[in-house]
Design a protein around this ligand. Sequence first.
Ligand code: KMT
Ligand code: FE2
Length: 187
Amino acid sequence: MEAWYMDETSEDQRLPHQKNPNEPVSLNKLADIGVLYWHLNPKDYENDKELQNIRQTRGYNYMDLLDLCPEKVENYEEKLKNFFREHIHADEEIRYCLQGSGYFDVRDSDDRWIRIWIKEGDMIVLPAGIYHRFTLDKGNYIKLMRLFVGEPVWTCYNRPQEDHPARVGYVKNFVDDSKKGVALEAH
Ligand SMILES: CSCCC(=O)C(=O)O
Ligand SMILES: [Fe+2]
């Protein structure tokens, strides 16, 4: 996994969009905005004790696989277009990359885009209410495990959603707090 602040050019979304010079983003910074990360063994996902432990601890009882290629996904082009529209969910978005790679873009507390490049073995959790989007990269292929607590709900709420309860909760926990942190550091 690698993450960086995005440049603001409107070129091909599947390009890396790094700034020049690159401005990397650390795991700590991602944790500050509620994004969690693990690296697991994707070859052994059916027996992986570490994955089982995460699923048990966090209550991820639902699991399915999403093989993102035109042959296997209905309305492939439309789905990809919707994935790249900035949105939130009422619940966590949990994705584990088994093959290929792709970009999850998330907004930081100053509303800047952070691009998270996930590859084989990378598992991330986006908290409920975080503005985000997804695109394939130039490799054009990803196989993802999707996890969920209980019956899955994939509903996207496109931005703006400032009054959505998940957004309100997210801002309270992660945006206001990080601003407070800055205010405290300044004293
Ligand atoms: C391809 S999974 C990631 C896309 C997304 O944000 C979503 O499914 O809600
Ligand atoms: Fe999403």
